[in-house]
Design a protein around this ligand. Sequence first.
Ligand SMILES: Nc1nc2c(ncn2[C@@H]2O[C@H](COP(=O)(O)OP(=O)(O)O)[C@@H](O)[C@H]2O)c(=O)[nH]1
Ligand SMILES: [Mg+2]
Ligand SMILES: [Zn+2]
Length: 331
Amino acid sequence: MRLGHQGTGSQTLLVQIVMALIKGVVIRSTGSWVAVMSDDGVIADCRIKGNFRMKGFRSTNPVAVGDVVEYQLQPNEDTGVIHTIHQRHNFIVRKATRLSKQSHIIASNIDQAVVMATISSPRTSTGFIDRFLVTAEAYHIPVSIFINKCDLYKDGDLVKLNDMMSLYSSIGYTCFTTSVVSGLGLQEVRSFLSGKVTLMSGHSGVGKSALINAIEPGLKQKVGVISEYHHKGKHTTTYAEMLPLAGGGFVIDTPGIKEFGLIHFDKQEVAERFPEMRVLMHGCQFNNCTHVHEPGCAVKSALNDGRISKSRYNNYISIINDEYFEEKEWD
Ligand SMILES: Nc1nc2c(ncn2[C@@H]2O[C@H](COP(=O)(O)OP(=O)(O)O)[C@@H](O)[C@H]2O)c(=O)[nH]1
Ligand SMILES: [Mg+2]
Ligand SMILES: [Zn+2]
């Protein structure tokens, strides 16, 4: 095709360029505006046109971070309109509010998840870690653990660090020890994240932003900003954000998300999401065993002889006693 023609030919070409659908990935979604990064790295603010809500699923946000979309640039504007959302490979949700039946899609098309924990300053409970692991397992998303701030730990904290590492490694989870201050583990983390879409979670203050900055200095995430979550049980309007890595891949920082709602979950399913329980369950006397009080329970006998850790089992009990499951009956 020859360019530089006069008259209608070039106008047609121009119209075709403007009308063309551009494919990209949603990197920020803040309500009605969505930032989409195209394959060649250009970021456009887009609006959503039409109804994209999924059937049989009530979510508060039709488009989520990680969605692959096609958008059209608006004539004479540098904004776009999203026309199509590609089918999601997976997505992770939380309850929109504590008691709501609606859910909020945190992110989609995730290759792997990471929970960042700290032994102290602040202490991360195993309850938080196990809930995150269980949720990732339920979505079949590979999940690993980063234990950060290792420069700080001495004496009792070092013992806890080693216990945590050996417990979760023995179950099969990949664990990294990291320190943004000393540089411990950062090279390993950089290659672990490269080329993948990684959802990163962890309490506020564990060092997610600091670690992202350390491996990707161009990103300049705000460090030490604790603003997200003032009142327990109330989700404020903080949004997940997808950060592009220079070596390919993205990290999804999920600020202010304290817990993932175990939505779309049956109580019965929870034990299956504990890999060390899953391999034993077939040995239980009853095939609908809840592993709480039944005779002939293979999980409880493994607990009694130390093959299953007390903290993991206690967290299992705590999860199945969640208020979310209260209205639900065991099948
Ligand atoms: N000693 C130490 N402090 C760290 C480390 N990583 C982060 N911090 C500090 O912990 C605080 C919270 O970090 P930030 O990245 O904002 O945590 P986020 O809320 O998880 O994003 C900041 O003051 C950081 O400087 C680390 O490995 N060692
Ligand atoms: Mg942060
Ligand atoms: Zn059992």
